[in-house]
Design a protein around this ligand. Structure first.
Ligand code: GLN
Length: 248
C-alpha cells in the first residue's frame, strides 16, 4: 500500500560516468511502501527534482571534471548541505572532506562527510576483493552483506567535530582479510600536521571502516549495486531520504 503522506520519492543517480545504471536498476526493483521515481542526473535541473542522490562508483577525478563541465559542482555542494546523499566508492571520495593519493592536479570534492580518504588505498585493480560484512542497521543484519571492493578508497581518518552530525560506523572489514596498505606512499602526500599517529598507520583501527552514516548522508567504499542484495538501497531510501522528507 502506498503511504499517502509521501506518494512518491524522487531519487537521483548522478549519471555522468560509472555504475549509475546498476543503481537505477536496483532502486527500481525495490518493493517499498512508497513509489520511487529514479532520475538520471546530468544537469542542475535534474538535480533540483530530487529528494536524495546517489553518487555511483566509477572514477572520481573524471566524475568531478564532468560535473564541473555540466555546471553541477555548485548545485551538488548545495544539495549536499541540504539533502541526503549516498556516495559509493568514487562517490565516497567525492563526499569526503579531504582526499589523498589524488591524480596530479588534485581532486575536487563536495565534502559533506567529515573524513579523510585515500584514493585507491588498497592498491590497483588486481587488488580488488570481496568480503562478507556485518552491517548494523540493515534489514536482517545478522546476514552478512557481500562487499565488492574495486580499486576502493580507504578511510584514513574520521574527523568528528562538535559542529558536524555524529559519525556512525556501520560496517568494518572482518579481521584477517584486511589487505596490506602502503602507508609509506600514502602518508607522503598527507600534510605533516595531519599525519596519523604511527599506531593508526599500521593498518590501524580506522582503516577497516567501510561504511558510515553521518547525519542524512551515507558512505560505502564498496559497490552494493553490483550485488543482488538490495538492503543498502532500501536503507538509503527508508532511513536517509524518507526520514528527511517526512521531517520537512
Ligand atoms: N579508484 C576510483 C577513483 O579514484 C574509485 C573506484 C570505484 O569507484 N570502483 O575514483
Amino acid at each position: 500500500m502506498v503511504d499517502t503522506k509521501v506518494s512518491s520519492i524522487v531519487i537521483g543517480v548522478l549519471a555522468l560516468q560509472g555504475a549509475f545504471i546498476e543503481h537505477q536498476a536496483m532502486l527500481q526493483r525495490l518493493s517499498l511502501r512508497r513509489h520511487i521515481v529514479v532520475v538520471q542526473v546530468r544537469t542542475p535541473e535534474d538535480l533540483a527534482r530530487c529528494d536524495g542522490l546517489i553518487i555511483p562508483g566509477g572514477e572520481s577525478t573524471t566524475m568531478a571534471l564532468l560535473a564541473r563541465k555540466a555546471g553541477l559542482i555548485d548545485p551538488l555542494c548545495d544539495f549536499v548541505r541540504k539533502k541526503p546523499v549516498w556516495g559509493t566508492c568514487a562517490g565516497a571520495i567525492l563526499m569526503s572532506r579531504a582526499v589523498i593519493n589524488t591524480k596530479k592536479g588534485g581532486q575536487e570534492v563536495l565534502g559533506g562527510m567529515s573524513l579523510t580518504i585515500a584514493r585507491n588505498g588498497w592498491g590497483s585493480q588486481i587488488e580488488s576483493f570481496e568480503a562478507p560484512l556485518q552491517v548494523s542497521d540493515l534489514r536482517d543484519e545478522q546476514i552478512p552483506f557481500n562487499g565488492i571492493f574495486i580499486r576502493a578508497p580507504v578511510i584514513l581518518k574520521l574527523e568528528q567535530s562538535p559542529n558536524s552530525p555524529p559519525i556512525h560506523v556501520i560496517a568494518r572489514l572482518p579481521h584477517g582479510i584486511v589487505p596490506t596498505l602502503d602507508y609509506t606512499t600514502l602518508e607522503a602526500s598527507i600534510p605533516s600536521s595531519d599525519r596519523l599517529s604511527p599506531s593508526r598507520n599500521a593498518a590501524g583501527p580506522d582503516s577497516d571502516i567501510v561504511a558510515i552514516r553521518q547525519g542524512r548522508h551515507l558512505l560505502t567504499t564498496f559497490h552494493p549495486e553490483l550485488t543482488s542484495d538490495d538492503r543498502f538501497h532500501e536503507y538509503f531510501v527508508e532511513k536517509c531520504v524518507l526520514q528527511q522528507v517526512l521531517a520537512n
